[in-house]
Design a protein around this ligand. Structure first.
Ligand SMILES: [Zn+2]
Length: 108
């Protein structure tokens, strides 16, 4: 430990934030539905937006879990594709990334 303490803290904070957000989303989706037809249509639209947000939060959470397990296995900061090191600036901006800049830009 030590080297990645700041990263772990950052990841855990973000993880908490996302988990709280997902909990809120799930609670709001469970609320009773409006009776009026136009209200219902509006509600469904809102739900779709919320579900998309939920989806992206889940993806990010998965990436965070993976990053935390890479730190545990001492694989953090190593590119999954080319096994090269991921630059510190990149990890600073995207703490859960598992690809170096070159490999990530090739895929985009
Ligand atoms: Zn790479």
């Amino acid at each position: 430990m030590g080297e990645y303490e700041a990263v772990i803290e950052k990841l855990n904070l973000r993880k908490q934030e996302l988990e709280e957000r997902l909990n809120k989303v799930e609670n709001s989706l469970r609320k009773t539905h409006a009776k009026d037809w136009s209200e219902q249509a509006q509600e469904r639209e809102n739900e779709e937006v919320v579900e998309r947000l939920e989806e992206s939060a889940r993806i990010e959470l998965t990436q965070i879990y993976e990053a935390l397990s890479r730190i545990e296995k001492n694989e953090y900061g190593v590119c999954e594709i080319c096994d090269g090191p991921i630059r510190a600036e990149r990890l600073e901006a995207l703490p859960y990334t598992n690809r170096c800049f070159n490999c990530a830009s090739e895929l985009e």
